[in-house]
Design a protein around this ligand. Structure first.
Ligand SMILES: N[C@@H](CCC(=O)N[C@@H](CS)C(=O)NCC(=O)O)C(=O)O
Length: 218
């Protein structure tokens, strides 16, 4: 069993967080052929993105949330899905809101992170959409410490690295307090930052992401 990719990627970090929360040893592997667009890697993941996962039978899976669900269903350790069907739906919904809106709206910020080449109109539109995605997540968060209750679920594992990444990107735009006026997200952030497994994994991800952001570009 192995995971291809780098902990600097929020999509990879969410899978690593699921594995750690399950108590599963999931080693990170270098992408073969020198990168995610190489013929060797595309044979494993034709989407040409990280992560990709290979199970014990040598079968491959792309897409981080799909991998997270597969690990939750197949590995020993505490289930990361609630038992109540509505709560399960809410976990899937939160994962989807992060995926379809929050992370999508981060794209324009990431592309415009160089102030000298910034498209202000594109950033202004993304800012509205990004903040609106946060309000929707706030709406569906539960009343417990974590996203859906008082123990970790897949939603927490997907959300946490995503918001670490977005926090780092948005800081460059003066948006240093993502969760202002969003009490449930504020409380959730505190719980995640101090969680015994999520806290250290989150730090590892953020260190890697900052190194990636600060690396000199050609
Ligand atoms: N929906 C994918 C997104 C993965 C993704 O976009 N990964 C980035 C790294 S953070 C990547 O590989 N980008 C390269 C590319 O899109 O060409 C997932 O959840 O696994």
């Amino acid at each position: 069993m192995k995971l291809y990719g780098s902990v600097a990627s929020p999509y990879v970090a969410r899978v690593l967080l699921v594995a750690k929360a399950k108590g599963l040893d999931l080693p990170l592997a270098e992408t073969p052929g020198g990168g995610i667009k190489s013929a060797e890697y595309l044979a494993i993941n034709p989407l040409g993105k990280m992560p990709a996962f290979t199970d014990d039978q040598g079968r491959h899976l792309p897409e981080s949330v799909v991998i997270c669900e597969y690990l939750d269903e197949t590995a020993q350790g505490p289930s990361l899905m609630p038992t109540d069907p509505y709560d399960r739906a809410r976990v899937r919904l939160l994962c989807r809101l992060v995926e379809l809106y929050t992370m999508k709206e981060l794209g324009p910020f990431f592309r415009n992170r160089d102030p000298a080449k910034r498209n202000q109109a594109e950033v202004a539109t993304a800012r509205e959409a990004y903040l609106s995605s946060l309000k929707n997540i706030e709406h569906y968060l539960g009343g417990g410490s974590y996203a859906c209750g008082d123990s970790l679920t897949l939603a927490d594992c997907v959300m946490y690295p995503s918001f670490l990444t977005s926090g780092a990107v948005l800081a460059a735009f003066g948006m240093t307090t993502q969760f202002d006026g969003l009490p449930k997200l504020t409380r959730w952030w505190q719980a995640m930052s101090t969680h015994a497994v999520a806290g250290p994994l989150g730090k590892q991800h953020l260190d890697g992401f900052m190194a990636f952001m600060n690396a000199p570009r050609a």
